[in-house]
Design a protein around this ligand. Structure first.
Ligand code: SAM
Ligand code: DTB
Ligand code: SF4
Length: 321
């Protein structure tokens, strides 16, 4: 077995091992996941990140799930990069609501230098509020990653989305290796990596295993792993796909927790269509982060009062004592 010497974490997951983990009896899987979770994190703590779209729509990429791709007619209009003051107003509101990280998304293939400088100013301003910062801007060169680091960026989100084998069914305008290269640049610039994927795009269990093991076998596991359930949007090629089975989805969260024991596993997009009970099982399986705020990028997220009530019912805490 190959173990990362610094972290003592297994980094040589095979497809067979991952599939057999995913298909364990549900009780056994959740028991192990809960044990791993408690060995590594406070049992009832869930981190809150708030998301803001700073550049909407008109994206040249053809990601089949995405309402912001210019290839599909989804009713999302292309907008310009939002100004610093509006971003800061939203960041302050997120902080007042209890978020500890502010994540900004832009519908770009790769940022242009002029845009990157504006985003750097946003990162610098948000840092001063005391919140952590995260951005997701598409592909980055090593130089761009270093510039973001110099602005004080804490996390960069860049999802693998699916397994290497399934990727060409979802995106044709860039390849998997380009995704991995950007993650390498982010790591080399010493920025924390946030990388995960989407469940519900028609993938099978092997593809799900392929996504998880690619994340888990990276030189350093991502510090944050968002697991999204596809939000189906009219006009995108993936609209009307079969929804993933809720129990299977919980299994993926549990496997992510076991395979990446020290990473935050974020129950990301799709919570609006999950029951409280399904979300409770995801937390039991080791999810310990969510997007908190009434909007994701172009779609809705649960109301704040709904999430507050859920946290109360489950005795979850969003601040660490
Ligand atoms: N353009 C950049 C990129 O793709 O890296 C950043 C923004 S992009 C919208 C960020 C991530 O949002 C995607 O990688 C994908 O995982 C997720 N996403 C986009 N549309 C989604 C949907 N309909 N349902 C679930 N997740 C989605
Ligand atoms: C991530 O993994 N999920 C977020 C964030 N990172 C950027 C995006 C979810 C987007 C859902 C569809 C939308 O609102 O447009
Ligand atoms: Fe563009 Fe990102 Fe949407 Fe793909 S996921 S179309 S890169 S905004």
């Amino acid at each position: 077995m190959q173990i990362n010497k610094k972290t003592n974490i297994k980094t040589d997951w095979t497809k067979d091992e991952t599939v057999s983990l995913l298909s364990q009896p549900f009780n056994d899987l959740l028991f192990t996941a809960q044990k791993v979770h408690r060995d590594n994190f406070p049992a009832n703590y869930v981190q809150l990140s708030t998301l803001m779209n700073i550049k909407t729509g008109g994206c040249p990429e053809d990601c089949a799930y995405c309402p912001q791709s210019a290839h599909y007619d989804t009713g999302v209009e292309a907008e310009k990069l939002i100004n610093l003051k509006d971003v800061l107003d939203q960041a302050m509101a997120a902080k007042d609501n209890g978020a500890t990280r502010f994540c900004m998304g832009a519908a770009w293939r790769q940022p242009k230098q002029k845009d990157l400088e504006q985003v750097m100013a946003m990162v610098e301003a948000i840092k001063k509020t005391g919140m952590e910062t995260c951005v997701t801007l598409g592909m980055l060169s090593i130089e761009q990653a270093k510039e973001l680091k110099s602005a004080g960026l804490d996390y960069y989100n860049h999802n693998l989305d699916c397994s290497p084998e399934y990727y060409s069914k979802i995106i044709t305008t860039r390849d998997y290796q380009e995704r991995l290269d950007t993650l390498k640049h982010v790591r080399e610039a010493d920025i924390n990596v946030c990388s995960g994927g989407i469940i519900g795009m028609g993938e099978d269990e092997n593809d799900r295993a392929g996504l998880l093991l690619t994340l888990a076998n990276m030189p350093n596991q991502p510090q944050s792993v968002p697991i999204n359930m596809l939000v189906q949007v009219e006009g995108t090629p993936l609209n009307n796909r079969d929804k993933p089975d809720a129990i299977d989805f919980v299994r993926i969260i549990a496997a992510a927790r076991i395979m990446m024991p020290a990473s935050y596993v974020r129950l990301s997009a799709g919570r609006n269509e999950m029951s409280d009970e399904m979300q409770a099982l995801c937390f039991l399986a080791g999810a310990n982060s969510i997007f908190y705020g009434e909007n994701l990028l172009t779609t809705d997220n649960p109301q704040l009062k709904q999430d507050k009530l859920l946290f109360e019912r489950l005795g979850l805490e969003s601040s660490q004592h």
